[in-house]
Write a protein that binds this ligand. Structure first.
Ligand code: ADP
Ligand code: MG
Length: 239
């Protein structure tokens, strides 16, 4: 992990989430930290598998926890081995996406897989800075929307992903570092996931329930919040 100990630029608009005013900023995501993020997602998916399954039992088919656990276990097997040596953060995240697509049967596998693949393909340098990550996250959101055709308010992962990407972008634009941007994104994703509860599903399996989907938090929006929380926690504990 590279940290910029107050050297160049970047002190403007650090805000209350970077009270040190530029000291201990995290300005790039390197391969090791990206790996640690994905490992943290795998651990969180395992820890919260039953919760995700219960959410999906209420408005779907009770497999969201199992789908993600299977997917991230496959990802860990592929990227965790000593023989896997990506040259860029983008290659690593593209591999994550391809593995999710090929190992998860449910809707969430191709959706998350396409998102990680689009994020990865957008990141062509060994490490990624905030502006690059912001562009990449927008590409990930675009990929989910292109594949699933869900708009904000349809009670899907898009309801967590959209505000998360916006919060990340706004924080980076205001001069915040990756810790601040990922924390803002995680908080926005969590709020977005909670806000799906009163909505009626218009996409995915839950839409078959019509009005009976109202009153339950969307499982995919919940796992999207988990993924951003894992990024924020990984960056908070590194460097
Ligand atoms: P499945 O619905 O095939 O059982 P999962 O249970 O793993 O797959 O994932 C369900 C989640 O996928 C939903 O909670 C929702 O967030 C997301 N999802 C389903 N369909 C779409 C879609 N068309 N666009 C975006 N997200 C979707
Ligand atoms: Mg399901």
């Amino acid at each position: 992990m590279n940290t910029d100990n107050g050297g160049g630029g970047g002190s403007a608009g650090d805000g209350d989430r970077d009270p040190a005013g530029g000291v201990n900023r995290v300005d790039t995501l390197d391969i090791a930290t990206a790996r640690a993020w994905i490992h943290a997602v795998a651990l969180a998916v395992t820890a919260r598998r039953d919760e995700l399954t219960e959410l999906d039992a209420a408005i779907g088919d009770a497999d969201h926890g199992a789908n993600l656990q299977r997917g991230f276990a496959a990802v860990e097997a592929v990227i965790g081995g000593p023989g896997y040596a990506p040259e860029t953060v983008g290659q690593l995240l593209t591999k994550v996406g391809m593995t999710l697509i090929s190992s998860v049967g449910g809707a969430s596998g191709p959706l998350y897989g396409s998102a990680f693949r689009a994020i990865g393909r957008s990141l062509t340098t060994p490490e990624a800075d905030g502006d690059q990550l912001s562009v990449a996250l927008h590409a990930g959101l675009d990929a989910v929307r292109a594949l699933g055709a869900a708009a904000a308010g349809d009670k899907t992962m898009v309801d967590a992903l959209t505000p998360a990407v916006a919060a990340f972008d706004e924080t980076v634009t205001a001069g915040g570092d990756l810790r601040a941007a990922s924390r803002a994104a995680a908080d926005a994703a969590e709020a977005g996931a909670r806000a799906t509860t009163p909505l009626q599903a218009r996409k995915g399996r839950a839409s078959y329930l019509g009005e009976r989907s109202i009153g339950h938090q969307d499982p995919g929006a919940t796992s999207t919040a988990l993924i951003f929380a894992a990024l924020a926690e990984t960056l908070e504990h590194h460097g």
